[in-house]
Design a protein. Sequence first.
Lengths: 323, 303
Amino acid sequence: MSEPLLKVKNLKTYFTSRHSQVKAVDGVDFVVGKGRVLGIVGESGSGKSMTSLSIMGLVPGPQGKIVEGEILLEDMDLVKLSDKQMENVRGNLVSMIFQEPMTALNPVLTIGEQISEMLIKHRSMRKSEAMAKAIEMLRSVGFARAEQIVKEYPHQLSGGMRQRAMIAMAMSCEPKLLIADEPTTALDVTIQAQVLELMKDLRDRTGTSVVLITHDLGVIAEMADDMIVMYGGQVVESGTADDVFEVTLHPYTKALLASIPVIDEERDRLYAIPGTVPSAANFPVGCRFADRCSLVETRCRETMPELQEVRTGHWVRCHLVTK
Amino acid sequence: MASDVAKMKGEITKAHKAVRGRSPLQLAMGRFMRNPLAVAGSIILLIIIFITVFAPLFTHWSPTNPDIMNTDAGPSALHWLGTDSNGYDNMARVLYGGRVDLTIAFAASIMVMVLGTIYGGISGFLGGWVDNLLMRFVDIMLNFPFISLVLVLEAIFNTSNEWMLILVVGLTAWPGAARMIRGVFLQLREQDYVIGAVTIGASRMRIIFRHILPNTLSLLTVLVSMSVAGYVGLDAGLSFLGLGVPPSVASWGAMLNTYSDYISLSTKPYAWIPPVVMIVLTILSINFIGDGLRDAFDPQSRS
């Protein structure tokens, strides 16, 4: 594996109210290598979006808080930075792409103004320079008439175009890390492929590391070098994408893979994992997947399994899987 | 055939240019200009502003220099609308009076909007306990007796002028605006593009002024236009009660006050009908403009 860029150690993001404590992210560890794509998969409520917001320092306060852990970008601990220092990290070193391109662009500013804003702030460019750079960025994400697009407003672009404009914006300061929170969920399948191809291409050209959050295993298979599977705020399986797909070890990952419909197989009902994700306010003592697992044993309900390295670089959190 | 194709190409590029680069504000202005009532309102308001600003072009009488040889005169070639009991020319007072009424209305509503936007914006953007505290103060201010404040200030300073009225209105009427702006800020700060602005490292001030405020412009414009209409009426009402500007200053409300007794109302319609018409026309035209703006900014609201 290449040199690490981002190291997340024992990250715990909790939401505390007077009555309950919601453990949205509960002790997550992972490493993103330089120039690599890390896919984070999980169901809704597994804590994958909160993990990304924690990296950006955007956990919605005052209830939400990073209570423990380190987020090391190279050697800088993002958790310890002040608001002012964080402003310089956001957009400059780490930037983010949102799920919903229709609402993620400001309707009253032109595309060019929105892209150049970041360049003016982080690269101290003059307005004309920033505009020229914005045009260049738009061209690199595949806009043929980029000179016109910079003068256009978001309502004049389609969903796929807006998502590409978002990517251009996120990439314009050449960040070291790009966080993409379900970047293709709101797009048509044809546009999805285009956007994924574009992200891959940009990664190859600029060497930016990518954290790709999705619930679509197909996207992970297409894009990711490494992957982690999250469940109940914890990592349940991690490794290179090839390893995890070829030698799937955790029962949850297996169940996820089994619930993907296969096109040439006739089935009356699609397979679904029974039950729902346990409430993050009230996790069971033992394994968090125990209630939905087909292989559950008594010890699963009694003690929490540790995340252990079962094969080289392949970690699993399950009592039933050992070396 | 070939020329047809060329012509079509020309039309396509023209159509393309037409949709290019029009901001939401420009689009709304386009819709506004297609609303006949709103355009009529704008034209009437412009005419009213024109004749009050350029009043000296329409009469050589001064509204503050009485013609003491001709008091309480009826309409004549000399005084088209007669004179009042002090010998002031009514025509001059109608023309010049608009200056005071419109200044009070515009200045007060701009002051209200500025205070309301700053206060409501901070409250809505910060949220949490700050918001709670600021909004409780708004609740107190909303119950503040406005007319008593005018009376107290007049008693203290022993006079009253248009600037005092502007100040009083500005200082007592902002809470309503603040509450509205706060609501909009609360809603806008949860928008993805605002969170997006945070993710690119924009500072708080930048987010408030560059990303959120322009999105409230439509609401602000409508609020200003509606409140201007309200304050024209307010000044007229206060002057009518004798709480507005002093009698020596020409204003439409003060003129009504002069002619508010039963005998004048029945015998001197030439003196009080013109200021009434001016007040009604001003309020109506501003209201039409306000309605037009609201429809233009929010096409869905049109019934």
